[in-house]
Design a protein around this ligand. Structure first.
Ligand code: CA
Length: 358
């Protein structure tokens, strides 16, 4: 009997484990009480990000045994990618899967909940969000928009981008036309370059035809899928501008509050599971894609220290400036930068020193 119970609990564990891997394939059989929509900023099933949205929807549906049934809509299926926030805020959909830096027009503070230049990596971000007061501040920021935010994915450290000429010094950034959005773009601009905003689908042609000199996108996994290695010769690292962007799930607050506690918990746990799963997916696939790019003789180069030092000084200046734009940004900036300075000595003696000797 004891053995049977043990096997039963083990089976339970295995089922949960397999849910994380292929949640979409498991049939949920219970009665549906809530039919929810999830809008996203990614093309449907886009590698990494779109897959993460599908996994999140599948997990919520299956963990709730179909009591909440979530249907995912890719970018432009219900709303354009950059209207996800307003749409969920107004209740057009109950859930959104996106990146908080897209909403800097609401408040500059939003950017700290995805990634800022020379900011924290995925592990440090999670520490700040879950155990350093980050999520509480994020909830405070989104509250007036009738939204509840949760971390729900991370790409890990991105790559610096694709360049059609070598970057040997800061002067090589002058006049450089580069597709690089957000704060990274502002830093490039201050270094004398020209940041360009282009949708993902336009990047390859713009780079190939010389409309732009360089582009960042994500990392080997996503960049290879776009064929960027066929449009530029030099692939630079590290992604100083996006050192571990958190991907978000936003939940319409009225809808979330209308749920019983067990379903609220299922949503929270599903978001946590996808937060881990996406980072693992990126780490595994980036590794394979990097091997492929090396086999294609792509020049994979580190930015010179002089360039990184200059970009870091400019980034610090810009972050300080935006921290003064409103009270909540001031509060978030202080919490984020305090946490980063406090965690740095630990990261230095643990991960950083270990990885340097491995
Ligand atoms: Ca990027």
């Amino acid at each position: 009997m004891k053995r049977r119970n043990f096997l039963k609990s083990l089976a339970g564990t295995l089922t949960l484990t397999s849910l994380l891997g292929s949640s979409r394939d498991l049939p949920a059989k219970g009665k549906t009480e809530y039919k929810w929509k999830m809008v996203t900023s990614w093309p449907k099933n886009f590698p990494g990000l779109g897959v993460g949205a599908e996994n999140l929807a599948g997990l919520i549906t299956n963990l709730s045994n179909n009591r909440i049934k979530v249907k995912v809509f890719g970018a432009n299926e219900l709303v354009p990618p950059l209207e996800v926030f307003d749409f969920v805020s107004k209740g057009g959909a109950e859930l959104g899967h996106s990146g908080a830096y897209y909403w800097k027009g609401k408040s500059q503070a939003c950017q700290f909940f995805s990634s800022v230049p020379f900011g924290m990596n995925a592990q440090e971000m999670n520490a700040w969000l879950y155990y350093g007061g980050g999520i509480k501040l994020w909830e405070k920021l989104y509250d007036k928009f009738n939204l509840i935010p949760r971390p729900a994915g991370n790409t890990g450290v991105q790559m610096g981008g694709w360049f059609n000429k070598k970057i040997n010094s800061v002067s090589d950034l002058r006049g450089l036309k580069m597709r690089i959005p957000g704060l990274g773009g502002e830093v490039l601009s201050r270094a004398g370059g020209t940041p360009v905003t282009l949708a993902g689908s336009e990047i390859f042609t713009a780079l190939q035809t010389g409309v732009i000199d360089a582009t960042e996108w994500v990392g080997p996994y996503n960049d290879r899928a776009f064929g960027l290695h066929k449009a530029a010769r030099y692939y630079y690292y590290p992604g100083w501008h996006e050192p571990g962007p958190t991907i978000e799930c936003m939940i319409n607050k009225d809808q979330y509050n209308s749920l019983p506690d067990d379903l609220k918990l299922i949503i929270d746990v599903a978001c946590k599971a996808v937060n881990l799963d996406m980072l693992s997916d990126y780490t595994a696939k980036n590794n394979l894609a990097l091997q492929y790019l090396k086999s294609e003789n792509i020049n994979i180069l580190k930015f010179p220290n002089e360039v990184l030092t200059k970009l870091r000084v400019l980034s610090d200046e810009i972050l300080k400036e935006i921290s003064l734009t409103d009270n909540i940004t001031k509060e978030v900036y202080k919490s984020y930068t305090d946490f980063q300075s406090n965690v740095k000595p630990w990261t230095d003696v643990s991960d950083k020193s270990y990885l340097n000797i491995r």
